[in-house]
Write a protein that binds this ligand. Structure first.
Ligand code: THU
Length: 130
């Protein structure tokens, strides 16, 4: 499944709307029921309105009623496997188990597999508001 997710993440870069950065990113998210939700980055003339590929995939899945996830892949044309931004790490920590695996890659197929907790340790959680 890792290879399939990586392939879909790389493919999704072709759908990215990136007239400003010209930096396409793709993501693929596997649900525990076996469905794959994909995402690409979607930019905006008002730059902060941009949504990253990872969040597009996560929000597509959540808006479809999916809440259980097992694996994700993210791809971009970077020297090292692409590191997700801070906002995406926080969103991942909301919906993914701390030990869920996330495969980060580049176009040279350098893959780094990390967990949600490795990406954002000591993350703010809903329990912190109790
Ligand atoms: N971007 C992503 O989609 N995911 C990442 O992990 C890193 C950054 C996007 C946001 C923006 O469209 C472009 O890459 C440059 O920051």
């Amino acid at each position: 499944m890792k290879e399939k997710l990586l392939e879909k993440a790389i493919q999704m870069r072709t759908k990215a709307y990136v007239p400003y950065s010209e930096f396409p990113v793709g993501a693929a998210l596997l649900t525990s029921s076996g469905k794959i939700y994909t995402g690409c980055n979607i930019e905006n003339a008002a730059y902060p309105s941009t949504c990253c590929a990872e969040r597009v995939a996560i929000f597509k899945a959540i808006s479809d009623g999916e809440t259980e996830f097992t694996e994700m892949a993210v791809a971009a044309d970077t020297k090292r496997p692409v590191p997700p931004c801070g906002t995406c790490r926080q969103v991942m920590s909301e919906f993914f188990d701390p030990d869920m695996t996330i495969h980060l890659t580049n176009l040279n197929k350098n893959v780094q597999t990390v967990t949600t907790d490795q990406l954002l340790p000591f993350s703010f959680q809903k329990e912190d508001m109790e």
